[in-house]
Design a protein around this ligand. Structure first.
Ligand SMILES: [Zn+2]
Length: 269
């Protein structure tokens, strides 16, 4: 993986390139530059010395962070002032997220902050999660989880989420149920977090929310049902930056996070 990243960097770097920003899957600690935890989506990814390994291969300084947090950084810039707060969730093959308070994205111990997919969710009670626990939000709300729930209800083989969405569009009650359950779980969790953090902006990103109004309306309804009175005007919004958000966020990491140098493998600001 590091060899492939270094090769990719080499194909796009100009003479003026001074640093590499990496937005990666998994729990990424920007301070140590390592992958502190990861699922099997990328085999043996956990424990990888991402920043040091890439710095050694490219000869450039490297800043790294989780991909969803990097994408969320592009939304922090859209806040009304430097002290604004943001909740960001990305619903796709997994459920990731980020929290910014007073204009700063939280990283937490070992880069753990913002992994909203591993909030306990009443809708997911008893379901196994990718992290090894049970009952987490990701187990009911991720795209594959919605498809699996539909397959279970109809005793069929799980297919792509787009197929479930198409069935829902034709009124299949099991498809509607699987989609709205996942949407409500996200909405409820984000509403609760909104009460906890009082954000000015709540962003719902990722591929799953794009499947249509059925999903988005169920999410918004569950979200607003949780809100306490001072937040009652708050509504989730789609991200203002599209597919390039993680790439743009990765580039910006080199200005905001510790840079890991090729020579010392240590971190400096
Ligand atoms: Zn989990």
């Amino acid at each position: 993986m590091l060899d492939a990243l270094a090769e990719a960097a080499d194909t796009v770097r100009g003479q003026e390139a001074a640093a590499v920003g990496v937005a990666a899957a998994g729990v990424i600690d920007p301070v140590t530059g390592t992958v502190t935890s990861a699922t099997d989506t990328i085999r043996d990814w956990a424990g990888t010395a991402l920043a040091a390994g890439l710095a050694a291969r490219t000869g450039l300084m490297v800043a790294c962070d989780n991909d969803v947090r990097a994408a969320a950084a592009t939304e922090v810039a859209a806040l009304s002032g430097p002290d604004g707060s943001l909740l960001y969730v990305s619903v796709g093959t997994g459920v990731g997220g980020a929290v910014a308070v007073a204009g700063r994205l939280l990283h937490g111990v070992s880069g753990m902050a913002g992994h909203l997919g591993h909030l306990p969710s009443p809708e997911a009670t008893g379901l196994p999660c990718t992290c090894g626990a049970t009952g987490h939000l990701e187990a009911i709300a991720a795209g594959p989880a919605i498809a699996a729930r539909y397959a279970h209800a109809t005793e069929t083989t799980a297919g792509p989420l787009q197929r479930v969405a198409a069935y829902a569009g034709h009124g299949d009650p099991h498809a509607v149920s699987a989609i709205t359950l996942g949407a409500r779980a996200i909405g409820r969790a984000m509403g609760g977090l909104a009460n906890a953090f009082g954000p000015e902006r709540v962003v719902v990103a990722g591929g799953v929310p794009r499947i249509g109004a059925l999903y988005w309306d169920a999410l918004c309804e569950a979200f607003t049902a949780e809100l306490m009175a001072p937040l009652r005007e708050l509504r989730p919004v789609a991200p203002h930056v599209g597919h390039d958000a993680a790439v743009l966020g990765a580039a910006a990491l080199t200005h905001t996070l510790p840079l890991h140098t090729p020579s010392t493998n240590g971190a400096s600001r």
